[in-house]
Structures are given as structure tokens and as C-alpha cells.
Design a protein around this ligand. Structure first.
Ligand SMILES: Cc1cc2nc3c(=O)[nH]c(=O)nc-3n(C[C@H](O)[C@H](O)[C@H](O)COP(=O)(O)O)c2cc1C
Length: 184
């Protein structure tokens, strides 16, 4: 793995966005990484970008507008990033990427990306068990994306969450493992 990898964190509209700060902190301490964040409009309705900016050394991108050195963020961020981590990954963003949509900064950037893209899904159990969601997850894997192996309600102890997030340290180790393999 490269020293101080550059992580582009894609944050989407899942209820678990409430825990995002702990995951950012785990990624920073496990990887010693530099970080930019991009947020979907739905994610911004949960947490404003101005709140996230204080926890990283980089910027928070909320749309496709030029920002700082990035004149076309959805293209140039992909050159900058060693990996894109989508956390939490909503069912809607998973569907967008599985079908090649580019409707916001997260899905547009992923459609341009060559670096590894890692999804950590998070959604209610009812969504998780839908055939359409399963199809989309399978499609992501077939297309070469990394999707964190599903956690079910029994293993998380949360009866309502299906594709639940792993513990922050586990998520950070998973990302590190993929970065290490991809730089071999
Ligand atoms: C309170 C609330 C909680 C939600 N939690 C989830 C969730 O955990 N997972 C999910 O996939 N969608 C969840 N949604 C629905 C998404 O926010 C919605 O599908 C949205 O369009 C996602 O957009 P995005 O993928 O562009 O971020 C929730 C919506 C609300 C209002």
C-alpha cells in the first residue's frame, strides 16, 4: 500500500450517516490517509457539508461544480484518489452505479473512476432482501467493484438493518486490505 493513501469518501443518504465521524476517524488512523469527501444531495439532507469539512484535511464536494484545484471534480478526483470508499452506501446509489447512472457527484465520479471502488452498504432489512437490491449488488461485483460482505440482522444484533455497516475498525481494515492488494 502507498504511504498516506488518498481516499475519496462517497457519503450517501443512509440513516447510518449519523455514525460517519467514527468511520472517518478509523480510516484516518488505520491508513494515515489524506481525504476528500463527496456527498449526494440526500446525504446533505442528513448532515450538512459544513459539518464534515472539519474532520478532514481535504474538501467536501457537494456537486459537479469546480472547487479549488479541481475544475471538473468528477473527472479530476478520480485521478487524485488511490481508492473511492462509499460509506454508507444506500440502495439508491448502489442502483445508480449498477446501471451506469451519473446523476450526482458520487455516481458521476464512480462512473469515471479507474481506482478501486469499495462499497459498504447500509439499509433497512426490507430493502436489503429485495431481489432488485441483490441483483444490483451482484452487478457491482461482476463489474469489478468491491462490496463489503453482507452482515445480516443476526450478526449485527439489529433486527431492522440488513446490509449493516461493520464496526469502524473492521471497515478500515477491509479498505486497507483492498489497497494493499491493488498496489501489489
Ligand atoms: C430517515 C431516513 C432514513 C433512510 N435510511 C436509509 C438507509 O439506511 N439506507 C438506504 O439505502 N436508504 C435510506 N433512506 C432512503 C434514501 O435516503 C433515499 O433512497 C435517497 O434517495 C438516497 O439517495 P442517494 O443514494 O443519492 O444518497 C432513508 C431515508 C430517510 C428519510
Amino acid at each position: 500500500m502507498v504511504k498516506s493513501p488518498k481516499i475519496l469518501l462517497g457519503v450517501t443518504g443512509s440513516i447510518n450517516i449519523a455514525t460517519i465521524f467514527v468511520y472517518i476517524s478509523a480510516l484516518q488512523s488505520e491508513l494515515q490517509c489524506r481525504m476528500h469527501i463527496m456527498m449526494t444531495p440526500a446525504a446533505q439532507s442528513f448532515i450538512p457539508a459544513s459539518t464534515l469539512i472539519h474532520s478532514i484535511d481535504g474538501d467536501v464536494f457537494v456537486d459537479l461544480s469546480a472547487k479549488g484545484d479541481f475544475k471538473m471534480p468528477h473527472v479530476e478526483l478520480t485521478h487524485w484518489a488511490d481508492a473511492i470508499v462509499v460509506l454508507p452506501a444506500s440502495a439508491n446509489t448502489i442502483a445508480k452505479v449498477a446501471h451506469g447512472f451519473a446523476q450526482d457527484i458520487v455516481s458521476s465520479t464512480i462512473l469515471c473512476a479507474n481506482s478501486p471502488v469499495i462499497f459498504l452498504p447500509s439499509m433497512y432489512l426490507g430493502m436489503w432482501h429485495k431481489p432488485s437490491v441483490k441483483r444490483n449488488i451482484n452487478q457491482l461485483r461482476e463489474d469489478g467493484y468491491h462490496v463489503y460482505p453482507a452482515l445480516d440482522a443476526t450478526s449485527t444484533g439489529n433486527e431492522r438493518m440488513g446490509g449493516a455497516l461493520p464496526a469502524p475498525q473492521t471497515a478500515a481494515s477491509y479498505v486497507k486490505q483492498i489497497l494493499t492488494k491493488s498496489s501489489d
